[in-house]
Ligand binder design. Structure first.
Ligand SMILES: [Zn+2]
Length: 62
């Protein structure tokens, strides 16, 4: 799965704050994601993150 810094990830599971989109702050073995609703930052292993992704939004490339 092609995930880059700055991508917005639509997740299958919503964050407790109600938002279901996260911004990618760091990629690699572990992803660092920031909730776009409450700005909470989470770190989760790549394989877990990929399972939860519903859709990737990349504004720079339309
Ligand atoms: Zn949140």
């Amino acid at each position: 799965m092609d995930i880059r810094l700055g991508d917005i990830l639509h997740m299958k599971k919503t964050h407790p704050c109600g938002a279901d989109t996260f911004e990618v702050l760091r990629t690699g073995m572990d992803f660092k994601l920031r909730c776009t609703g409450c700005s909470h930052v989470v770190e989760i292993p790549r394989h877990k993150a990929e399972k939860r992704i519903k859709k990737i939004v990349r504004e720079q490339e339309g």
